[in-house]
Design a protein around this ligand. Structure first.
Ligand code: DX5
Ligand code: ZN
Length: 223
């Protein structure tokens, strides 16, 4: 049976109380920590790098799902693996030699993912789809939390779901940006199985409760 993943994005955590927010996720029904690294070049924002990664690694008791929104990710894959990443996702748009980058991630002992910006069609992954553990469909333009979900995402998820039939059915189809209670059931129906949420969780009155609500919708949604 399908195992649905809830991945709170620590980008929306309170960095003055990071340990508290990490412990909240540890105690919750969340599955992964989603770690958004932004370089100010690939995306128009800078988030954080290795010192915050180290703090997250020190306290987090769940999978670290690292989303690299950076140019030349190959330069840093080994360092992120050593810093405790379990899964590393690079952007299609940032990789000239994507196959080599995927091999590099796996050679460093991590699960390999590729992220697609809203304008990048899933068909561009045809020739690497069997090599991947995860595809991250961006449902906002990367760079900031709290943005509006882009509706065309549903079609992209369905296209990807069709592409993996008989080829890589264990692939994690992760959706990132503007995900919340209002769209998670529809995303499940489209074929997504991993859900990143920043604002929906950390702006909620009760984040732990929001995580359980999201988790229970995924497990009860009609597929
Ligand atoms: C956006 C990041 C997302 C972001 C999601 O560039 O990749 O992971 O934190 O935040 P929300 O859920 O607030 O859209
Ligand atoms: Zn992300």
């Amino acid at each position: 049976e399908m195992n649905y993943i809830i991945a709170p994005s620590i980008l929306s955590a309170d960095f003055g109380n990071l340990q508290r927010d990490i412990e909240m996720i540890n105690q919750s029904e969340a599955d992964w920590f989603h770690v958004d690294v932004m370089d100010g070049v690939f995306v128009p924002n800078i988030s954080f790098g290795f010192p915050i990664m180290a703090a997250v690694k020190k306290h987090a008791k769940k999978t670290l799902d690292v989303h690299l929104m950076i140019v030349e990710p190959d330069k840093y894959i080994e360092a992120f693996a050593k810093a405790g990443a379990d899964r590393i996702t690079v952007h299609y748009e940032a990789c000239t030699h994507l196959h080599r980058t995927i091999e590099n991630i796996k050679a460093n002992g991590c699960k390999a993912g590729v992220a697609l910006n809203p304008h990048t069609p899933v068909t561009l992954l045809q020739d690497v789809i069997e090599d991947l553990d995860l595809v991250l469909i961006m449902s906002v333009n990367p760079g900031f939390g709290g943005q509006q979900f882009i509706h065309n995402t549903y079609k992209k998820i369905r296209d990807l779901k069709a592409m993996i039939q008989g080829r890589n059915e264990d692939l994690a189809i992760e959706v990132d940006g503007g995900v919340g209670l209002q769209n998670i059931a529809t995303l499940v129906s489209a074929g997504a199985n991993a859900f990143v949420a920043g604002n929906a969780i950390f702006a909620a009155e009760n984040p732990t409760d929001m995580i359980s609500k999201m988790k229970s919708i995924t497990t009860s949604a009609i597929q």
